[in-house]
Write a protein that binds this ligand. Structure first.
Ligand code: SIN
Length: 297
């Protein structure tokens, strides 16, 4: 049976109704989901009810799961599942990461040399207001980008550094372990990639980690990035997700950026997420190198 697929608010995101993701999906359905995700980078599944093991099993249909550098956000039960939450345990210790603040436009693992670009986020508790998450289609944005801007970024790479992202976090989220520091040196990724399935070019951007562009001085790079961010954040490229409990959103960080609105710190928000090494045959997966190596060569 072909999958039922619904466009969402005239955007690039797609809803896939009718699947029970806590059950073992048959091979035909899995193949259809693989194909769908290559063409539509944001997929929404509503009214789901999954254990952490089931969330990990569903996510692993798309590739090996990453244990992210923020090991302190990992579930105590399934370490491949991360908790994105402002909640605290009975000792007053935060149970997960990313608190209640705004998260600016970013691509989750841009600071990794080999980013795991798939993300699956599951909503369990939600604040009465705020906390909406939005995504930009960086493939459509590239297509519409003025030729002048395309020429300026052609053949160039961005320098992505996790230290910049940390500065935008709240409280303890700003502090990382020595092991996490060791795993996150500044890296380079090309700013434009070609999708292996659709053949379309897409921008690879992250406003929270980009600290430079190869071959450009700081003034030129920052005015170029300002122009690009202003262009790609136009409403026609953006999907806003108004969360309901039980929603699962899967997205491809190779061709999107996302942001989250802040919400009332006194409200409760609990999300669980996995991070997936998507396959290069089906998705854009930027290959990186150390920024320092590039400077030396
Ligand atoms: C994230 O950026 O991965 C978290 C998004 C959210 O909390 O909605």
């Amino acid at each position: 049976m072909p999958l039922e697929i619904r466009p969402l608010n005239g955007s690039f995101a797609r809803e896939v109704p009718g699947l029970r993701l806590w059950e073992q999906l048959d091979n035909v359905t899995v193949d259809q989901l693989h194909d769908l995700w290559s063409h539509h980078p944001v997929l929404v599944f509503r009214r789901q009810a999954l254990s952490e093991q089931e969330l990990a099993r569903f996510s692993a249909l798309f590739g090996p799961l990453e244990r992210v550098v923020r090991s302190e956000w990992a579930s105590l039960v399934v370490p491949e599942v991360g908790l994105i939450s402002n909640l605290k345990d009975s000792q007053g210790k935060r149970i997960g990461g990313l608190g209640d603040g705004e998260l600016e436009w970013h691509s989750d693992q841009s600071y990794m040399m080999k980013p795991a670009t798939g993300a699956v986020l599951y909503a369990l508790e939600l604040p009465p207001a705020g906390g909406m998450t939005s995504w930009i289609d960086l493939s459509a944005a590239y297509e519409g980008l003025p030729e002048r801007l395309k020429r300026q970024i052609e053949g160039r790479s961005g320098v992505f550094d996790y230290v910049k992202r940390l500065a935008g976090y709240q409280g303890v989220d700003r502090v990382i372990s020595d092991e996490a520091k060791r795993r996150t040196p500044p890296v380079l990724h090309p700013l434009v990639h070609t999708h292996p399935v659709t053949g379309k070019n897409a921008l690879y951007l992250d406003s929270t980690t980009t600290v430079g562009i190869t071959g450009l001085n700081i003034a030129a790079e920052s005015s170029l990035l300002d122009e690009i961010y202003a262009y790609v954040t136009q409403p026609e490229f953006v999907y806003h997700h108004h969360w309901q409990v039980g929603d699962i959103v899967a997205w491809d960080n190779g061709v999107t950026m996302h942001r989250r609105e802040p919400f009332d710190p006194a409200a409760r928000r609990l999300m669980k997420r996995t991070t997936v090494f998507l396959s290069r045959d089906r998705h854009i997966v930027p290959e990186g190198c150390l920024a320092i190596e590039d400077a030396l060569s």
